[in-house]
Design a protein around this ligand. Sequence first.
Ligand code: SF4
Length: 332
Amino acid sequence: MCKQVVLSGIRPSGGLHIGNLLGAVNNMVALMESGKYRCYFFIADLHAGTTAPDFKRIRMNTYSLLAEMLAIGLDPGRCTLFRQSDVPELYQLYTFFCYVTSVSELQRNPVYKEQLNQLKLNGNGLSIFLNYPVLQAADICLYRANLIPVGQDQIPHIELTREIAKRFNAFSENSLFPIPEALLTETPKVPGTDGKKMSKSYGNFIAVADSEKVTKSKIASMVTDINRPRLRDKGHPDDCPVFTLHQFISPSEDVSVIRSQCEEALIGCKNDCKPALAEAINLALKEPRAKRAELMNHPDRLDAVLMKGVAEARKVAKETIEKVRKTLNLSI
Ligand code: SF4
């Protein structure tokens, strides 16, 4: 029986941080390791350019992101790992999809409206920013993907992809595209150093690329339980971002001990709890960091991964485009 195709991309907009690992990347590794799916994972460099098309910087970020994805456990022997822009068939499918998508439905997209406000573009966004869901639909349909791991907020984009796939399928007696479904993934709320959600845009993250020393100093600066101003005050671990990170990273036995010692005011934030967290993070990231550094010193190995990935991706992409062109009477 054919395996279902899973497709997921990550924007190369800076290095991976702990929040990315605990959410998207660990999920990708789990999907790959389940052996249940044919996985296509891509570095979404074209998506990264939809708000700021600085492709020189995006290219540099692509290499560090790829090194980190490999260091965390994605295996190019068990999934197809490629760079989005390396597949020329994508541009063709995107163009064809623009013929069946109206401007008004793109403008109605709630994700677009929200980002427009957040980024304060005031109507000056690039047309690709508006068209981004069409590009995403082309990503999905090009590899005839069945399942797309997304959070709840991305559902409108999957809905549009389903709509576009149906419109295209109506051109042909044989279905061109499977109708993809969202594979809803719980995105854990990982706090950053300021207690808000860990995010590159808030500058409150702990990155895979950070040194042990930088990690320690970032953790040392973290906010804690605001109702525990003095060492002798009993703490409330459930209101403390440091404790939340412990729950994600530290062994469960240690987490129980920290909870009870915090609640009884037997440990301090600065000298006990935070150093223990920094140590746990540095331990968890020790191997990935070493592997990342090794790969960054060998860009030829990263190029080899990208070349293997694009060859696999284009094999399917070419088949899809051939079928689409025939359907549209565009074949020679
Ligand atoms: S001891 Fe740890 S869990 Fe308790 S308030 Fe301090 S940093 Fe937070």
